[in-house]
Design a protein around this ligand. Structure first.
Ligand SMILES: Cc1cc2nc3c(=O)[nH]c(=O)nc-3n(C[C@H](O)[C@H](O)[C@H](O)COP(=O)(O)O)c2cc1C
Length: 219
């Protein structure tokens, strides 16, 4: 168990977040080492979700040929092919009692106890999902993937890895190329990861954000 953690200073945190930017040009020659990728993959797994249901799967593409297939369905954005690891964040298309029971079984596997003890929690989750039609459930699942996207961008920044979040993609074509429909998944959003190219002029552009007083209220 982790009892003590190295604490970042607030200024270090802000510096890290200032360093991060939506990378437009990746250095094609630089590949994320396996042990670094392993930490990033763990950060995806550790993303919190509503009820803990984890209605997602993260398909990560290293294969050049698949990246090239995706490129014309990504508004031609070269980050798709030039990055080291291209993460497609997909949402589960189904959230029924079967998925809820699989999550509860996993809870017992990890924490022990009797499944019956989780019945009140089960009823709450079943009630929550039954109140939504399929479109609303999918929208809910896609919202969860954006939590993973946020976590991914922050954790990669902390590791000194560059990222470009990408909504400029065609989910229908991505689903077809990656064979997602038969896996019960659909594309939500993507994120290219790797190392910035020294010529990317956006790297040093000042951040455009509204003033803190307009964005954050402390009461
Ligand atoms: C959900 C999301 C989708 C985005 N999609 C794209 C994209 O398709 N292509 C791109 O170049 N940038 C994309 N961006 C990057 C934003 O334009 C960028 O984050 C924003 O302008 C703020 O700049 P900064 O990230 O460099 O601070 C996206 C950002 C987010 C959060």
């Amino acid at each position: 168990m982790i009892t003590r953690m190295h604490q970042l200073s607030p200024q270090d945190l802000v510096d890290r977040l200032q360093w991060r930017y939506a990378t437009k040009k990746f250095d094609v020659s630089k590949i994320i080492p396996d042990e670094v990728w392993s930490g990033i993959a763990s950060s995806l797994v550790l993303t919190p979700s509503s009820f803990g249901l984890q209605p997602w799967h993260f398909v990560t593409i290293r294969d050049r040929k698949i990246k090239e297939e995706l490129l014309p369905h990504s508004w031609g954005q070269a980050q798709v092919t030039d990055c080291s690891h291209f993460v497609v964040l997909t949402a589960k298309t189904s959230m029924t009692e079967a998925e809820i029971d699989s999550f509860l079984a996993r809870t017992i596997e990890i924490r022990g106890g009797q499944i019956d003890q989780l019945n009140p929690y089960r009823d709450m989750m079943v009630g929550f999902t039954k109140n939504m039609d399929d479109a609303a459930k999918l929208q809910w699942a896609k919202l969860q993937t954006y939590i993973a996207l946020g976590q991914l961008m922050t954790t990669t920044a902390l590791l000194g890895i560059d990222a470009c979040p990408m909504e400029g993609i065609n989910p229908t074509e991505y689903d077809r190329i990656l064979g997602l429909e038969e896996k019960g998944l659909t594309t939500s959003v993507a994120c290219a990861l790797g190392y910035r190219c020294s010529e990317d002029k956006y790297a040093n552009a000042p951040k455009v954000r509204f003033d803190k007083s307009e964005i954050v209220t402390l009461i």
